[in-house]
Design a protein around this ligand. Structure first.
Ligand code: AMP
Length: 218
């Protein structure tokens, strides 16, 4: 199985698609955002730094993300392939990622980019709710994505929470950063012929069907 990368603006559904790929193809979903959110709970110097950075919508220092990516993708469960979500986020990170992969003898694989309207993202950001127990994602602004009982996870009964950075101010900062920093990175992958565009305005299952048809019978 080739490795898979997702690139998308905040709340475009990359985490959801990555989870679907994980379930169908049995390869781990590595989200730098999730890993950083876990570290941000620690009352340590690095935990506090990450907590503040995430809340502002700015990017965490490269040396931190590089170390956690390299450590994670060299773990045993990544041997048959993995899904990377949230990294790289800049051209510099993309170059560093090439270097890390080369060092450990791995290939990039498929790069999926989700294109979606900004207005739709704003609506999603304010409605996104996440289960603190199983991390399932809901959206209270979308009929087909609402939990059955308010603030309760349909799957495990866990409590739903709103991410600290899921507000309009932080979204605008994250979205601006995304547009500015990812454009050169996208060109880098386009030139290699491994970039696939997905229409993020479609329904979740339609997007996933497109991904499956590209990955094919692997
Ligand atoms: P996400 O869950 O992908 O939306 O990421 C949430 C936040 O984690 C971002 O707004 C950044 O502050 C931080 N983050 C995630 N991935 C990276 C990365 N590759 N480089 C720097 N910061 C990151």
């Amino acid at each position: 199985m080739k490795n898979i990368m997702f690139i998308a603006p905040p709340a475009a559904g990359k985490g959801t698609q990555a989870d679907l790929v994980e379930k169908k193809y049995h390869i781990p979903h590595i989200s730098t955002g999730d890993i950083l959110r876990e570290i941000s709970k620690e009352d340590t110097e690095i935990g506090n730094y990450i907590y503040e950075t995430l809340a502002s919508g700015n990017l965490v220092k490269d040396e931190i993300t590089y170390k956690l990516i390299e450590n994670r993708i060299t773990e045993e469960d990544c041997k048959e392939g993995f899904i990377i979500d949230g990294f790289p986020r800049t051209y510099e990170q993309a170059l560093k990622y090439d270097e890390i992969l080369k060092k450990i003898g791995l290939e990039l694989g498929y790069v999926f980019i989700i294109d979606i309207d900004e207005k739709k993202l704003e609506k999603r950001i304010t409605g996104r709710r996440i289960c603190e127990n199983c991390h399932a994602v809901y959206n209270i602004n979308e009929e087909n994505s609402k939990p059955k009982i308010e603030s309760v996870c349909d799957i495990c009964g866990g409590k739903l929470y709103q991410r600290k950075d899921d507000n309009i101010d932080s979204f605008q900062n994250r979205y601006k950063t995304y547009l500015k920093k990812t454009a050169p990175m996208i060109e880098h992958y386009n030139k290699q012929g491994i970039l696939y565009h997905l229409d993020g305005n479609l329904e979740m299952n339609e997007i996933f069907n497109k991904i499956s048809s590209i990955i094919g019978g692997e």
